[in-house]
Ligand binder design. Structure first.
Ligand code: FAD
Ligand code: GLY
Length: 373
């Protein structure tokens, strides 16, 4: 692979933009083609939690990837502040996971034991301790785990900052342009076309999120098996009296306080094809989960509702690295953790493009585990 490659990135979500920025900073000539407004699909819909510990029961290569990306965040946020001149609201207040019944308590006690044994930072709180630091939690709380290292970022600001930073690094970010076909010649990808232009870069990066598998022109065996998993969310206007300081995580619903006076409530996890709708059932479920956690939320005005489509592979793990066809690299399948994984994905994929070597950390996530070319 060339040292100063000419790269076409399909998809201007946080993944495509993070890759484009790093490749350009390392000397590549990069174009990002985005069908809509950059960062306005899953990357816009997300909650911005950077929370590998509160969602994980296993210490495995995926957990290590998430922790590695989390470790990049302070420098990433700092660099974006310099490059884009804006804050991405990276916050280190930590995350609290309360148990409201015996079953939840059992799950959390096991998670606590496993993570303690693995030497991870986790604190077990009594109900009283949890309600002392977050007084608006329900009095049904039985105990809670505090994860001081599980952080958050404003994902919308992150996407905006990445666009500015990528452009400043020399990336040509095209908005409102659709890739209609990928061009192949034998077992090589040689380019891609839009309605009006044809591109012949050295490398094509498929970072089209949940649409990665529906790009025309790829032989079926080389299509990443990605499908959309809908997530509905809503926000409350809590500016008059913010009820929480830190993220409150639960499988019922999660609550994410934002610096701008909103409290996000998320999220559903639904197989709904490419239908990006907000439904009565979805919002009802979110309200129920939120009120279980904090009954006083019923007094706050609803600010907005939305939904987005998470890109999910069959094993729910990212699909990263060279595809079976030469000249094609995949960066998709980030499912519930694409905001968290944006910095490490930018590093790993730019390593592959600029050096031709596969970083060891990427090996468990190579596309080959699904391909049949
Ligand atoms: P996207 O942001 O969807 O970007 C893909 C882009 O490709 C789109 O902009 C699309 O328009 C473009 N595209 C597609 N086809 C074409 C084409 N043919 N031509 C040109 N452009 C094309 N992750 C976290 O880490 N923490 C969270 O708290 C979190 N919460 C979430 C909550 C919800 C409700 C949802 C939906 C997701 C959440 N996620 C979270 C997951 C995260 O949002 C995704 O993993 C991440 O945004 C995926 O980024 P992406 O760039 O791959 O996809
Ligand atoms: N990681 C949060 C979500 O996907 O809903």
């Amino acid at each position: 692979m060339p040292r100063s490659p000419d790269v076409l990135v399909i998809g201007g979500g946080v993944i495509g933009l993070a890759i484009a920025r790093r490749v350009a900073q390392r000397g590549g000539r990069v174009t990002v083609i985005e069908r809509g407004v950059p960062g306005h699909e899953a990357s816009w819909a997300a909650a911005g939690m950077l929370a590998p510990q509160c969602e994980s029961d296993t210490i495995d290569p995926f957990f290590d990837l998430c922790r590695a990306s989390l470790g990049l965040y302070p420098a990433f946020a700092h660099a974006l502040r310099d490059e884009a001149g804006m804050e991405i609201e990276y916050r280190v207040d930590g995350t609290l996971y309360p148990a409201l019944d015996d079953r939840e308590q059992k799950t959390l006690e096991q998670r606590y034991q496993r993570q303690r044994e693995a030497g991870l930072p986790v604190v077990r709180l009594t109900a009283k301790e949890a309600r002392t630091i977050e007084p608006n939690l329900s009095n049904r709380v039985q105990m809670a785990l505090s994860f001081p290292d599980d952080h958050q970022v404003d994902n919308r600001k992150l996407a905006q900052a990445l666009v500015v930073a990528a452009r400043r690094a020399g990336v040509d970010v095209r908005e409102g342009v659709t890739i209609t076909r990928i061009l192949t010649d034998g077992d090589r990808v040689i380019g891609a076309v839009t309605k009006t232009e044809e591109w012949h870069p050295d490398v094509v990066v498929n970072a089209a999120g949940c649409w990665a598998s529906v790009l025309n022109g790829l032989p079926p065996g080389a299509c990443p098996p990605i499908r959309p998993i809908r997530g509905q969310m809503l926000s409350l206007d809590v500016s008059a009296s913010p009820p929480f300081r830190r993220v409150i995580y639960s499988h019922r619903s999660y609550l994410v306080p934002r610096a701008d006076g909103r409290l996000l409530i998320g999220a559903t996890v639904e197989e709904a094809g490419f239908k990006k709708q907000v439904t009565v059932g979805g919002i009802l479920k979110l309200f129920k989960g939120a009120l279980d956690l904090a009954p006083s939320l019923r007094e706050y005005p609803v600010e907005s509702t939305w939904s987005g489509l998470r890109p999910a592979s069959p094993d729910r793990l990212p699909v990263l690295g060279p595809a079976a066809l030469d000249g094609l690299i995949l960066a998709t399948g980030h499912y519930r953790n694409g905001i968290l994984l944006a910095p490490i994905t930018g590093e790993l994929i730019s390593d592959v493009i600029t050096t031709g070597d596969i970083p060891p950390m990427m090996r468990p996530f190579l596309p080959g585990r699904f391909e049949r070319v």
